[in-house]
Design a protein around this ligand. Structure first.
Ligand SMILES: Cc1cc2nc3c(=O)[nH]c(=O)nc-3n(C[C@H](O)[C@H](O)[C@H](O)COP(=O)(O)OP(=O)(O)OC[C@H]3O[C@@H](n4cnc5c(N)ncnc54)[C@H](O)[C@@H]3O)c2cc1C
Length: 456
């Protein structure tokens, strides 16, 4: 068969870049098509945090961890999943994936030991020091460039070419002109469908009213093409939300502000739930309460959050305001000052141990809150969807009966995730990038193996 490239990767986020690099290093040719004018996708917008259980970086830091503990942690918050085998596989390959990123790709990742993230019983996230996914993407792009892997931006794949049930290439559109590219294997690295309102309403209706805060390219082609091919899907109702997108700035208000003892109140100055549900799970609560909320925290919490570049930037751009009293805090946004003062007093009483919290919160971080106070206006956002194509442990796309769709692989947001079956509560930090990078790499290794066998 005449082909243009051995492995055609669709999408230049973390999954696609990892896949192309791994394919190249395994001895086959690879090329990436990216529909936007620049690579990176949601991976650029993320904090670049990739979890690994029993990485050598954890061992060097004296942290005991193993895949079984990680699976227990993941299922502890996900509760139920359509695909426990995928959860186990991701946990098992997590350490080799992060070590590959550092050793082979040259990614500048460091184990985060300052705090554990939501869903993890031990420090497990490996992230750029800046906590910017763009740094990780830049490292992946540099590695692709060193290998002379073509990353063709401005090239949207409009459809897959299928012959006798096998995927043999893709139809590509560039500035209105269509062409065909033929490949031995195709890897879908197009992320999920959070940027496709119709698919969000269909699969994740509870968060359909929230704004989408991810990259514009996540418009669900994996779902659309997969349905045409008769592929299977899993965990389609799962998504990652974020309860505190800075408004109107659009960046994240670090959840550290809440986790370390801050609260969220509505326009009426009152709290409306237990914030320890976490940033993803609490997004729906904010949405149901009335779209906007106000994060309140104090100086000691500010100082911790200020270790994060993005938080400092938000503060410098006026997204975080300071006042000496609850009344002055309320005045910034016209909140009910008496109600806010009463709410902070009640929360502080619970945080000091005199009585239960009215919202059921048990972890008060560094609470009670003390003057000076800070306030930031936030809205809930949808970051990405977690469900997608059913895949096996090597990222082959599967049909509902378990058979493979020949030549087709999927990873990252295009594939079923590891954040449970439904809703936002099952998302543990790093689930998105782990399945992007690990499945991208595994897909490429399997594709290369099969190509070498088939062309021998
Ligand atoms: C603000 C934010 C913070 C996050 N923080 C974290 C975190 O710290 N850790 C974590 O694990 N996860 C995090 N996530 C989730 C994480 O970013 C995603 O799960 C992950 O980046 C998905 O990687 P991907 O490669 O599958 O998709 P992407 O990085 O989105 O890449 C997909 C690419 O495919 C392209 N594409 C789509 N359709 C086509 C087409 N038809 N033709 C050609 N190209 C196409 C897109 O334009 C895009 O560039 C966060 C998400 C957001 C939005």
């Amino acid at each position: 068969m005449a082909v243009d490239v051995d492995v055609l990767v669709i999408g230049a986020g973390a999954c696609g870049l990892a896949a192309a690099i791994a394919a190249h290093d395994a001895g086959v040719s690879a090329a990436i098509l990216e529909k936007m004018d620049r690579p990176g996708g949601n991976s650029s917008l993320s904090t670049g945090s990739v979890p690994a259980a029993n990485s050598r970086f954890q061992r060097e830091a004296g942290i005991k961890d193993d895949p079984e503990t990680y699976v227990r942690d993941l299922m502890g918050i996900a509760k139920e999943t359509d695909d426990i085998a995928l959860v186990r596989r991701m946990a098992e390959v997590s350490a080799e994936t992060v070590e590959w990123l550092v050793d082979d790709v040259g990614a500048r990742l460091k184990l985060v030991t300052a705090y554990k993230h939501i869903g993890h019983s031990v420090p497990r996230l490996h992230a750029p020091v800046s906590r910017r996914g763009q740094d990780l993407v830049d490292d992946l792009l540099a590695a692709a460039e060193r290998r002379e892997i073509p990353v063709a931006v401005g090239n949207a794949v409009r459809d897959l070419i299928v012959e006798d049930g096998a995927v043999v290439g893709a139809v590509v559109e560039n500035q209105g002109a269509r062409s065909e590219l033929r490949a031995r294997k195709v890897i879908l690295a197009v992320n999920g469908f959070a940027g496709n309102p119709e698919l969000v309403r269909r699969f994740c209706p509870e968060i359909a009213g929230a704004q989408y805060f991810g990259a514009l390219g996540s418009t669900g082609e994996a779902v659309i093409w997969g349905e045409k091919l008769g592929a299977g899907f899993a965990n389609m109702q799962a998504y990652q939300g974020y309860a505190a997108v800075a408004d109107p700035h659009g960046g994240l208000l670090s959840w550290t502000t809440i986790e370390k003892g801050g609260i969220l109140v509505g326009e009426d100055g009152r709290r409306f739930g237990d914030e320890s549900l976490g940033y993803s799970g609490y997004a729906r609560v904010v949405l149901e309460h009335g779209q906007r909320a106000y994060a309140i925290f104090d100086q000691k919490i500010f100082d911790i959050a200020a270790q994060e570049e993005e938080f400092l930037e938000l503060a410098n751009y006026g997204g975080v305001k300071k006042a000496e009293s609850p009344e002055a805090l309320a005045a910034f946004y016209g909140l009910d000052a008496d109600a806010l003062a009463a709410e902070i007093a009640a929360y502080n009483a619970a945080a000091s141990g005199s009585g239960a919290d009215a919202q059921g919160r048990k972890d008060f971080g560094l609470g009670p809150l003390q003057a000076p106070y800070f306030i930031a206006r936030v809205v809930p956002g949808l970051f990405h969807t977690q469900g997608g194509l059913r895949v096996d442990g090597d990222a082959h796309v599967l049909r509902p009966d378990g058979g493979r769709v020949p030549n087709l692989f999927a990873g990252g947001g295009a594939a079923a995730g590891i954040s449970g079956r439904a809703g936002a509560l099952g998302y543990a930090s790093g689930n998105g990038l782990l399945s992007a990078i690990a499945l991208g790499r595994l897909a490429a290794l399997a594709a290369a193996r099969e190509i070498q066998e088939e062309t021998r």
